[in-house]
Write a protein that binds this ligand. Sequence first.
Ligand code: GAR
Length: 216
Amino acid sequence: MLKLGVMASGRGSNFQSIIDSIKTGYLKAEVKLLITDNPDAFAIKRAQENGIEHLLMKPSDYASKDEYYSRVAEEFKRRDVELVVLAGFMRVVGKPLIDAYPMRIMNIHPAILPSFPGLHGQKQAVDYGVKVSGCTVHFVDEGVDTGPIIIQAVVPAYHDDTEESLSERILKQEHRIFPYAIKLFSEGRLRVEGRKVVVDAPRDELQLIINPPIQD
Ligand code: GAR
């Protein structure tokens, strides 16, 4: 069973989708630890309600960014975590954690990368006036949302969308593709070749994930 470590900064709905996917048996995994950088994160409540250990670790309590991420890596290693999942973690991860988990950290981003990296991907898409957007799960490297892409899902973007309406449409897809990406990893169906992730899955399965039927 794959041992997961999760980092989240806020609401934690992606964290919840992972918890739910484990509960239904879709994902054969176990969340060993949630680390959050925000004492008010609702993700903490979700951990408590599901009997998952959590730690509050604030970067401001550490001497440097490197020191912070070495300690984070230590906590995950101590619990034999095999894959680190960034579920709405609103910081750029530091090198010590990346070195401890090379191509073993996954992030979800609310845009079709490489468009609109960084914060507020959905607002960037609305302001730009694009007609499609979506979400991306990728492995984390030292850049900002630049690591090898595992899976993406597209949604339409309409001229009268607001940041909120587009975010809501994208979020539904986030809750599908993040557990899917973790499942692929847990089944050994992902192989990183340079910038590319080779995904061992049938075309028709990928097609449905990438281009799902949209209700609204
Ligand atoms: C999600 O939309 C996620 O893609 C985004 O924050 C939201 C967190 O929601 N992440 C980023 O923007 C990372 N740069 P959640 O806390 O309900 O999962």
